[in-house]
Write a protein that binds this ligand. Structure first.
Ligand code: NDP
Ligand code: MN
Length: 383
């Protein structure tokens, strides 16, 4: 048996008013990094700024981080940081704002580096010579607040790069459930199903261990018991608290156990059709759980522990309650044109098979398996 590694994030503050922790940080200058407008509109940006000022810091804001953040946005932020010289970087927003801030941080610490220099795993030099990092997620989904990952898009070449570096795990994650409370229902549904995909894939992964399973299984339980409530009753504080925690817990599982075919297929169908990541995961999940059952008994264990009959069926029912269609053909978020689907199917299947997430899926699936799964999930048929 080979030597394995399990790592947990540095520090997590969670629960009502967790945001207040910002007033206890020690430093001189803080930069707040955020997305388009939601954090400003709901007053969280101003709250964060005044808490940092209470801690005796001067602040600037870098905003306008777009969904699927680009290399250009990261370079713009790093430039502002080099001029301001912060000792704290505080990212507040969805996974996109957090991911962009992580890589801005790297270029602030090492201005001589280019984006190409950090793409290879293990290539990022040590951080924390100039600043430390706080992550405050506003969606309950990606777990970027505790992971060593950042996804940055090269918009010129249309390629999404997963950047991996243990040093990018934030010093502090602040999980304040009041912040995701104002997420619109469809974003709650999509990001919440992303959490369920992280947890169900981490459980079935061939790299799953007794260290990762407890986090993944607890995250599955929390999503199955709370997502529907968070969707229908946005201000239900218990449901929001549980979903926000579930996201980070699932992150602890998948950061160590990695993922599987749901993410492989979601990444590539997202690339071809532009469908939202969590929505693609939600549609794919029941088909892939059913397929994976022939190779793993892990779902049996989850079902026994959580007292459910059939995990794929539970996911299907949850999708229906969240207004998520059963197959891509019925999905009207983007145009899933059938002739385009047929045209791209072979290429998309080969690319999804080559995605790094495929490596930890049970059962060594083939390109033909991937093609069959795409076809089933497109038409809503059984494999
Ligand atoms: P995004 O950060 O992309 O945000 C999506 C939309 O939701 C934006 O329009 C944003 O608006 C809005 N929004 C966010 N929070 C709120 C809120 N509380 N209330 C109202 N609107 C809100 O979404 P995700 O969190 O799903 O992040 C997706 C990104 O994360 C992708 O780039 C993906 O590749 C990456 N990712 C990263 C991982 C990691 O480990 N680092 C893992 C998986 C995915 P606004 O801009 O105005 O704030
Ligand atoms: Mn995901």
């Amino acid at each position: 048996m080979s030597v394995m590694h399990f790592s947990v994030p540095r520090d997590i503050v969670y629960g009502e008013n967790a945001l207040q922790t910002l007033s206890t940080l020690k430093g001189k200058r803080a930069v707040l990094v955020t997305g388009g407008s939601s954090m400003k509109r709901f007053g969280f940006l101003e709250q964060a700024q005044s808490l940092l000022e209470k801690a005796g810091m001067t602040c600037i804001v870098i905003d306008g981080v777009e969904p699927n953040p680009s290399v250009t946005t990261v370079q713009r932020g790093a430039k502002a940081m080099l001029e301001f010289e912060p000792d704290w970087i505080v990212a507040i927003g969805g996974g996109s704002a957090l991911d962009a801030a992580k890589v801005m941080w790297c270029f602030y610490e090492h201005p001589q580096l280019k984006f190409e220099d950090i793409i290879a795993v293990g290539s990022m030099p040590p951080l924390r010579n100039k600043a430390r990092f706080v992550a405050i997620p506003s969606t309950s989904g990606t777990a970027s607040e505790i992971t060593a990952f950042s996804v940055i898009t090269d918009t010129e070449n249309h390629i999404k790069y997963p950047i991996v570096a243990a040093d990018m795990v934030p010093d502090l994650a602040i999980l304040d459930p009041a912040i995701p409370e104002l997420m619109p229902p469809h974003i709650t549904a999509n990001t919440g199903m992303d959490v369920l995909a992280h947890a169900t894939e981490a459980v079935a992964s061939i790299a799953a261990t007794s260290f990762t399973d407890p986090y993944a299984i607890e995250a599955i339980r929390l999503v199955l018991e709370n997502l529907e409530t968070a969707y229908h009753e946005p201000h239900n504080k218990t449901a929001r608290f549980n979903m926000h925690n579930a996201s980070a817990l699932a992150g602890m599982a998948f950061t160590n156990a990695s993922l599987g075919l749901v993410h492989s297929l979601a990444h590539k169908i997202g690339g071809e059709f532009g469908v939202t990541h969590g929505l693609a995961n939600a549609i794919l999940m029941p088909y892939i759980i059913t397929f994976n059952r022939q190779f793993t008994d892990k779902y049996d264990r989850v079902e026994k522990l959580l007292g459910i009959n059939d995990l794929a069926e539970s996911v299907r029912q949850l999708n229906a309650k969240l207004g998520i269609p059963a197959c891509f053909k019925q999905c009207d978020e983007v145009d899933f044109d059938e002739s385009k689907f047929r045209d791209v199917l072979n290429r998309m299947s080969a690319n999804a098979h080559a995605d790094p997430c495929t490596l930890t899926n049970p059962g060594k699936p083939t390109v033909a398996d991937v093609k069959a799964l795409y076809t089933a999930a497109y038409y809503g048929t059984n494999q």
